[in-house]
Design a binder for this molecule. Structure first.
Ligand code: PBG
Length: 324
């Protein structure tokens, strides 16, 4: 029988400018935004716990945000520096970088906006310039690859983002840099705490113009297929808990390397419930991670990763195969 393994876990981190800082994230007890020095210490611990992969998000100081997200791909941007140091100092950890614009744009959207459609902003639907967005995503991914990222993970939900990244990486000789597509990314209510952590909440409108509606199962499977056909090395379903059916169907239908993102709001629920005595954090977290694995995820991106890895060291947690 399959069992929970720390090898299946991916721990996300938020990286900030400065030195020796740990800024606790509101609504995510146990999670802090870290400067690179503290990040390295954390990742040594992660490695000792047997977690082989981490996912990095850069946080952009407000004064550097602009309409073009230029801080995201600036020379020596925060993520590139973090990756370079990490790869230099710690061996045996694969680094995945999130490739998106929302933490770096002044408006907080995941893409470049079309100025001629400014009026649309008032209607909740935001108009993204897909072509311009792809160019910026390619620049960001390239800057991460040049610093030694093992994986780049485009999460802007721009059309053709996997293909655009594969092309630029190949062109500059980064054929070995892998791509994790945020393929089925839903316009979810569960991203709230993350947006505090990455300071990436949209200033106006919402992400319904580019992220999937939560009722759209067929659209999700279509996106996954598109990403596989475009050369993604792994695909993702996000969030995880409300989308176990999508995880299961994606695994059944495509049998392709699959990650699930147990997102910030899902983590916050567990923590908040535990803090008011509703349940034991450990028991609830293990139940959730087990269910995501049983549904068919090969890898689970989760803020519980370190804790789960510690619990696994003390006891085996078996996973019976999914019924049917
Ligand atoms: C957007 C992005 C989001 C998350 C990761 N990258 C969500 C969003 O703001 O739309 C959410 C992760 C989480 O909630 O843990 N680039």
């Amino acid at each position: 029988m399959q069992r929970l393994s720390s090898k299946d876990l991916i721990m996300p981190y938020f990286v900030i400018e400065g030195r020796n800082k740990k800024e606790p994230v509101a609504d995510m007890p146990g999670i802090a935004r870290l400067t690179i020095d503290n990040l390295l210490e954390e990742i040594l611990e992660v490695k000792q716990l047997g977690i082989p992969r981490v996912l990095l998000f850069g946080a952009c100081p407000r004064q550097y945000k602009d309409e073009l997200a230029s801080y995201a791909y600036a020379k020596n941007n925060i993520v590139s520096r973090a990756v370079a140091e990490l790869k230099r100092k710690i061996k045996g950890i694969a680094v995945i970088t999130d490739v998106c614009l929302c933490a770096y744009t002044s408006h907080g959207h995941c893409g470049i906006l079309k100025t001629e459609n400014r009026k649309q902003k008032t209607k909740n639907k935001v108009c993204i310039d897909n072509k311009e967005t792809l160019k910026v995503l390619a620049k960001i991914a390239l800057s991460h690859a040049q610093s030694g990222a093992d994986w780049v993970a485009p999460s802007a939900m721009a059309k053709g983002q996997v293909l655009a990244l594969r092309e630029v990486l190949n062109k500059y000789g980064y054929k070995k840099t892998k791509i994790l597509g945020y393929s089925a990314k839903f316009n979810s209510n569960f991203y709230g705490p993350f947006r505090n952590a990455a300071s990436s909440a949209p200033l106006f409108g919402d992400r319904s113009g580019y992220q999937l509606d939560y009722s759209n199962a067929q659209g999700a499977l279509k996106k996954i297929k598109e990403d596989i056909d475009s050369g993604a090395d792994m695909v993702m379903v996000k969030p995880a808990l409300s989308y176990l059916d999508i995880i299961k169907e994606a695994k059944r239908k495509f049998n392709y390397p699959l990650a699930a993102y147990n997102v910030s709001g899902e983590y916050a629920l567990v923590k908040m419930g535990a803090s008011i005595g509703l349940w034991q954090e450990k028991e609830v977290a293990l139940e959730i991670i087990t269910s995501i694995k049983r549904a068919g995820a090969d890898y689970i991106i989760t803020y519980h990763a370190k804790d789960v890895a510690k619990w696994i060291k003390q006891k085996n947690y078996l996973i019976s195969p999914s019924v049917i």
